[in-house]
Design a protein around this ligand. Structure first.
Ligand code: B3K
Ligand code: ZN
Length: 862
């Protein structure tokens, strides 16, 4: 016991600087699976070659595996040994065949890493280090092999057998079994291995690539879900065409399969030719999926498809390079989504997500650069920083290079590194050479954590205006001092009187701690529009007045900048209101009225622009977060907006009455503004608000309207609230994905008793920690409900910590992802901070804690 505790308290740290090439390469691997949920036999034949001249034995990673036999060149050997979980095989020559046999139990795999069972389907998840739970192997991304896979399984239970690459052969075996063989001609790291066995049906399609090859597409699900797969299939075809047009990337196998499973640790996985998806990112029909779900499905399908080049054809040398594939692929999927609908609304959503998840991460105890220097458990580094800040870093390079040079540079990157395991440095060098630019200083984005702050001060002296820029990068754990970064800032001036642009948009590359830009011959007072399109992922502070911000929210010609100006105006108003107890709401009300009345704007944009910043984003602006005061300040502004603009909200609500569901940008925009207007009508305290919401709830022909109405009712205290919550449950109790919404809506509710309700829901018969979607829907959602989670009593912290401790025993990866909200204790008053710390300490002291949760909780205490 004592030893075990010491072991959990001093886990192994992997460091980037310790990277060494692999001792042994594995050009070929043959896997033979005898599949059974209780006992699956895995026979593996590796052809290994010594890499360089050294005398090291072959070391194969394993986790929870026992070698039943080991053969070298066809002969059983006994001189192998175990070093911890690793299998060590001494080898004398330069090339050998090494065979191992193990037995695993997919149905007992609750971690959902390796081979596991989900709703009667056997499936795999190997990234980052799950392959070692299937067979002994050098489980690192720079060992690339050609895979041959043979699967045998009970034919009635598992009529469909899928693996990576192309199907080669299949047949019957005795005892009601059948088998299939798949070969993948493209060498790949083991994290991209996948197999699926199940009773599945496919929505099939085909795609003809730009060079004229036919690819057979299949979206595999359980039979009742088949009608919900058209949207995903359509998104896949759009993605394949987009990657050809925009990046010149063509698909390379004869088949591309996607399988949806209900139990999955994250969104989806880009296994070569066989993506495995969380069913929430595949299944959609109007009755069960919101517009947000439809958009997310298209984005995730695109993301995983784009990985075929950015991730699979060019993979990562080691896991410190994770952002090489993830940052770039998020940038690619964001660009794809922007091309499908409103680019401005997409950019607003991307930035809102970055601010909600990545900025707090960068400002807290778990801050890390997009290319980290060390980790205990790599699963903890699939973060908003690696993904979303990583995407912003790629976007900045694309901005600096411009579209043509960026395309030349990505062509160079793909051509030069195809079939290899590359580094972030390789990518930056390709940008430099393809784009003809020097990115020496820009590389700091890869090594420095923390969100840079830029202050921009405009002063006018007659016909001349100066914009003084200053940048600072805050200290982060392990990085007390920072060097100035390269910040591409798009800016423009507008005349306050005429509303006209006073210059073309400029791209300023701020490289020094300070810089000054001078504008001459100005004939009127300028207003500064800066960081347009969110050209740099930074926090900008300006000396703009509420009047300037209101002006920009009405006149800026960059829709993102209009949104930003409105958000800043709202944010300044709310922060002041929290500080002073009250504030003049007039400027915000006028600006919102103006936006609602601007007929040139599309409704999706208007809906985004008139939404108030979230409680937590308001908290992020304050030295000490005051959850109650923030909540009440925001509710007071919502109520005033609701009352003062009552007629406008009614008009927006009525004007957006859709007749029949349609998934088009216009119809989506109408639904969005409708539910936003409903929220304001309810906030105004209008007597008929609950009836209106209930009528929308009952009459909706789509989930967007129904869930929107449910949210309004769940936040309130009308008697119709119960009826809606019960009605929703009854209607959808057989649909796991919709039940997740039912749990989530209640966990996010802005009520005084939300903490109590959530504790009760955790005992509901439909609640289970074993399903990651369900756990996230209740626990994950509750812990970002700022006021409820930070209840002064500390009950929210205790509840979440209890759930983390329970979940850690089943699924460490998903448990560890619930830690960050508790780790934000430094941002709160001493009383709350002490309670949050106490829960983190309780978690860290739990016997048998996983290294995943240990790393997140212990770092959060620092
Ligand atoms: N690459 C996977 C994520 C794997 C997470 C492992 N802990 C999905 C994606 O980013 O596309
Ligand atoms: Zn990805």
């Amino acid at each position: 016991m004592a030893d075990a505790q010491i072991a959990t308290q001093t886990p192994h740290v992997t460091r980037r600087e310790d990277y060494r090439e692999p001792d042994w390469l594995v050009p070929d691997i043959a896997l033979d699976f005898d599949l059974d949920p209780a006992a699956t036999r895995v026979r593996t034949t590796l052809s290994v070659t010594r890499n360089g001249s050294h005398a090291h034995p072959l070391r194969l990673d394993g986790e929870g595996l026992t070698a039943l036999s080991v053969k070298v060149d066809g002969v059983a050997v006994s001189d192998w040994s175990m070093d911890g979980e690793d299998l060590i095989v001494p080898l004398s020559g330069g090339a050998h065949s090494v065979e191992t046999e193990v037995e695993i139990a997919p149905e007992r795999n609750t971690q959902l890493m390796g081979l596991y069972a989900s709703g009667g389907i056997l499936c795999t998840q190997c990234e980052a280090q799950g392959f070692r739970r299937i067979t002994f192997f050098p489980d690192r991304p720079d060992v690339l092999s050609k895979y041959k896979v043979r699967m045998t399984a009970d034919k009635a239970r598992y009529p469909v057998l899928l693996a990576n690459g192309d199907p080669i052969a299949q047949g019957e075996s005795e005892g009601g079994k059948h088998w299939a063989e798949w070969h993948d001609p493209f060498p790949k790291p083991c994290y991209l291995f996948a197999l699926v066995a199940g009773d599945l049906v496919a929505n099939r399609g085909s795609f003809t690539t730009m060079s004229g090859r036919d690819v057979q597409l299949g979206i595999w699900v359980r039979a009742p879900d088949l009608p919900k797969t058209d949207h995903a299939l359509h998104a896949l075809k759009l993605s394949m065409a987009w990657d050809e047009q925009v990046y010149g990337r063509e698909y390379d196998l004869d088949v591309f399969n996607i399988v949806a499973v209900d139990d999955f640790n994250f969104g989806a996985m880009e296994n070569k030719g066989l993506n495995v998806f969380n069913s929430r990112y595949i299944l959609a029909d109007p009755d069960t999926a919101t517009d947000y779900d439809y958009d997310a499905i298209a984005a995730v399908v695109a993301h995983e498809y784009f990985h075929n080049w950015s991730g699979n054809r060019v993979t990562c040398r080691d896991w410190f390079q994770l952002s090489l594939k993830e940052g770039f692929t998020v940038f690619r999927d964001q660009s794809f989504s922007a091309d499908q609908g409103s680019a401005a609304v997409n950019r607003i959503e991307d930035v809102r997500g970055l601010r909600a998840a990545q900025f707090p991460e960068d400002a807290g105890p778990l801050a890390h650069p997009i290319r980290p220097d060390e980790y205990i458990e790599i699963s903890n580094f699939y973060t908003a920083t690696i993904y979303n800040k990583g995407a912003e870093v790629i976007r900045m390079m694309a901005t600096i290079l411009g579209p043509e040079k960026f395309r030349a540079a990505t062509d160079l990157y793909f051509q030069r590194f195809d079939g290899t395991a590359a580094t972030c440095e390789d990518f930056v060098q390709s940008m430099e050479q393809g784009g003809g630019v020097d990115l020496s200083q820009f590389r700091l984005w890869y090594s420095q954590a923390g969100t840079p702050r830029v202050s921009a001060t405009l002063t006018r002296d007659g016909g001349r205006a100066r914009v003084k820029l200053r940048q600072t990068v805050p200290p982060t754990p392990g990085q007390p001092d920072k060097a100035p970064m390269v910040l591409p800032l798009k800016l423009k001036l507008f005349g306050e009187f005429t509303g006209r642009a006073m210059c073309d948009e400029q791209l300023v590359l701020l490289k020094d701690p300070e810089a000054e830009i001078v504008f001459e011959n100005l004939t009127e007072q300028p207003v500064l529009s800066i960081n347009r399109g969110f050209s740099a992922p930074v926090i900008v502070e300006t000396n703009r007045t509420p009047k300037d911000l209101a002006f920009l929210s009405a006149h800026d010609d960059d829709p993102f900048a209009r949104y930003e100006a409105m958000q800043q105006l709202m944010l300044d108003t709310l922060v002041e209101s929290v500080a002073n107890g009250s504030v003049d709401h007039g400027p915000v009300i006028d600006a919102v009225r103006n936006t609602l009345g601007d007929t040139a704007l599309d409704s999706a944009f208007v809906a985004e622009a008139v939404l108030l910043p979230s409680d937590s984003f308001i908290g992020d602006q304050m030295a000490v977060v005051e959850p109650e005061a923030i909540f009440h300040a925001r509710e007071a502004l919502r109520a005033d907006l609701g009352r003062e603009l009552a007629a406008e909200w009614r008009a927006a609500y009525e004007g957006a009455r859709a007749n029949r569901f349609e998934y088009s940008p216009a119809a989506k925009g109408a639904r969005r503004i409708r539910t936003v207007a409903l929220g304001y009508i309810a906030a105004s305290g209008a007597a008929d608000a609950a009836d209106l919401a209930f009528a929308q709830f009952e009459g909706a022909d789509n989930m967007t309207d129904r869930q929107g109405a449910l949210t309004t009712l769940a936040n309130g205290s009308s008697p119709l609230r119960e009826a809606a919550i019960e009605g929703f449950y009854r209607r959808y109790s057989a649909n796991a994905l919709v039940l997740d919404k039912w749990f989530q809506t209640q966990a996010l509710a802005t009520r005084d008793d939300t903490a109590q309700i959530v504790e009760t829901l955790a005992r509901h018969p439909d609640f289970t920690l074993a399903n990651p979607n369900r756990a996230r829907a209740l626990i994950g959602a509750f812990s970002v409900n700022q006021r409820a989670f930070h209840d002064l009593s500390g009950r929210g912290y205790r509840f979440v910590a209890d759930q983390i401790i329970a979940l850690d025993k089943l699924n460490p990866q998903t448990a560890a992802r619930l830690i960050p909200p508790l780790g934000r204790w430094k941002r709160f008053d001493a009383g709350r901070a002490a309670k949050m710390r106490a829960e983190l300490e309780r978690i860290v002291a739990t016997p048998g804690l996983s290294k995943d949760t240990f790393e997140q909780a212990s770092k959060s205490l620092d």
